[in-house]
Design a protein around this ligand. Structure first.
Ligand code: GLA
Length: 390
C-alpha cells in the first residue's frame, strides 16, 4: 500500500523533499455506550484498520489534500489563512480542524502541506473514521513541527476539541482517546470523569470479534447525537436540585432509583437511566472479564443493546435486525450496536466455529428484512496512532 500511495503522491504533488508517513487506527467500543459525555466508563479498543497519511511541508501556506478513497473528488485545495468548516471541503474539514485547533492552542502551523490519505475503515460505519483522520493529522503536525510537549493524550483531547468546535459535533472523548492510546490485544478501560485508564488484555481463546456494518448512512445522526446529549444535560440539571452530583456517572442504580422522580419528563428519565445503568454495566463487564467469565461479559453486551434500544432509542431497525439475528445463533457470546448508533455497526463476540454461520445467517436475515446487504469484518485489536513504520 505504501508504494502505491507514494506513487500517487508523486504523481499529484511531485517527488522529492521530506515526505513522511503516519497511521491512526479506527476503534470499536465493546461496552459503555453514550456514557463518555456523562462522566461514565467506556471500554473501546483500537483496530488494525485505519487511516494512512503521507505528508510533506510546503514553502507557502497552501494546503493540498487528496484521498484515495474519494478519487472522483480529486485534489482539494485550501489555505492556512482560511481554516473554517465548509460543506464543500468534505473530509478535509477534519485535518483542517486539527490545524485550526493547534493554532488555537498556541502551537502555530506556519507552512502549508501536501497531504495524501488512504483509509480502510468502512465509510460512515461508526468505527471512528473521523477521529482517525483527526488523530493522524495531530500526529503528523506534532512530528513536523517537533511539538514534543504534546502527549498522545493531548492529541486525543485536541481531536475532540476540533470535532466539538470546528465540526460542530458535541462528541465525548472516547473515540479520539481509543485511536490515540490503543494497545494491541487490549481494550482501554477509561473513566471519562478524570481520564484515568487501564489496559485490559482481551484473550479470546477460540473466539473472534466480528463487526457487522449495517450500511445505513448516519444521515441525521449528528443532530440526533447532540439532541441526546442535551437531554442528558437537562436530566442532570433536574437531579442536581435534589442530589449533590457533578455527572450522571456518579450515581449507581439504587441512588438513581431514589432520585429519578426529580426528572420531570418520562423520555429524559429513560435517557438518564440508560446513562447510569450502562456505566454500572461497563464496570461489571470489566470485572467479569478479568475473572475470565466471557459468557457473562456477552450477556452484559446484550443488555447494553436492549438499553440503547428501549431507553436511549438510538438503535433503529437496521441495528436491531443485525443484533437480534445474532442473538439467535448458537456460538454468539454477545452482540450489540457500537458507537453513536442511528446506523453504523454492531460488534459481536463469536466462537470461531460459528463465524461462517453467523455471517451467512445474519447476512441473509438482514437482506430479507432491510432490502440491502450488510458487510461483515472479523477484526483484530491493534495499536494506537503513530509514525507509520514499514
Ligand atoms: C460517538 C462519539 C463518542 C461516544 C459514542 C457513543 O462515537 O464520538 O464520543 O459518545 O458516540 O458512545
Amino acid at each position: 500500500m505504501r508504494q502505491k500511495m507514494m506513487e500517487k503522491f508523486e504523481e499529484l504533488f511531485g517527488g522529492g523533499g521530506d515526505i513522511r508517513a503516519y497511521f491512526a487506527p479506527g476503534r470499536v467500543n465493546l461496552i459503555g455506550e453514550h456514557t463518555d459525555y456523562n462522566g461514565g466508563h467506556v471500554f473501546p479498543c483500537a483496530l488494525t484498520i485505519g487511516t494512512y497519511m503521507l505528508a510533506r511541508k510546503r514553502e507557502d501556506r497552501v494546503l493540498r489534500f487528496y484521498s484515495m478513497n474519494f478519487e472522483k473528488i480529486g485534489v482539494i485545495v485550501s489555505d492556512l489563512d482560511d481554516l473554517s468548516c465548509k460543506k464543500e471541503a468534505s473530509w478535509t474539514n477534519y485535518p483542517k480542524g486539527m490545524m485550526w485547533t493547534f493554532e488555537q492552542r498556541k502551537h502555530p502551523i506556519t507552512n502549508g502541506f501536501d497531504i495524501l490519505i488512504y483509509g480502510n475503515i468502512p465509510n460512515g460505519s461508526g468505527l471512528s473514521s473521523s477521529a482517525s483522520v483527526e488523530v493522524v493529522t495531530g500526529v503528523m503536525l506534532r512530528d513536523m513541527y517537533g511539538y514534543d510537549d504534546l502527549t498522545m493524550e493531548d492529541l486525543a483531547l485536541l481531536g475532540q476539541y476540533s470535532e466539538n468546535h470546528f465540526n460542530g459535533v458535541n462528541c465525548g472523548i472516547m473515540d479520539q482517546f481509543a485511536v490515540a492510546m490503543g494497545k494491541k490485544d487490549c481494550a482501554i478501560y477509561l473513566d471519562t470523569s478524570d481520564l484515568s485508564y487501564e489496559y485490559a488484555p482481551i484473550r479470546l481463546d477460540g473466539m473472534k470479534i466480528v463487526i457487522a456494518c449495517s450500511n445505513k448512512k448516519r444521515g441525521l445522526g449528528d443532530s440526533k447525537y447532540n439532541e441526546r446529549r442535551a437531554e442528558c444535560e437537562e436530566a442532570l440539571a433536574e437531579l442536581q436540585k435534589v442530589t449533590d452530583i457533578r455527572t450522571l456517572g456518579e450515581l449507581d442504580e439504587r441512588a438513581f432509583e431514589e432520585v429519578k422522580d426529580a426528572i420531570k419528563d418520562e423520555v429524559r428519565q429513560k435517557r438518564a437511566r440508560h446513562a447510569v445503568y450502562e456505566n454500572q454495566r461497563t464496570k461489571k463487564a470489566v470485572e467479569v472479564l478479568k475473572a475470565g467469565d466471557i459468557q457473562e461479559f456477552g450477556r452484559l453486551m446484550n443488555a447494553s443493546h436492549v438499553s440503547l434500544r428501549d431507553d436511549y432509542e438510538v438503535t433503529g431497525k437496521e441495528l436491531d435486525t443485525l443484533v437480534e439475528a445474532a442473538w439467535n445463533i448458537d456460538g454468539v457470546i454477545g452482540s450489540r450496536m457500537t458507537g453513536a448508533g442511528f446506523g453504523g455497526c454492531t460488534v459481536s463476540i463469536v466462537r470461531d466455529d460459528a463465524v461462517d454461520r453467523f455471517i451467512e445467517e445474519v447476512g441473509r436475515t438482514y437482506l430479507e428484512t432491510i432490502g440491502y446487504a450488510a458487510d461483515f469484518y472479523p477484526v483484530e485489536i491493534g495499536d494506537g496512532a503513530g509514525i507509520w513504520k514499514e
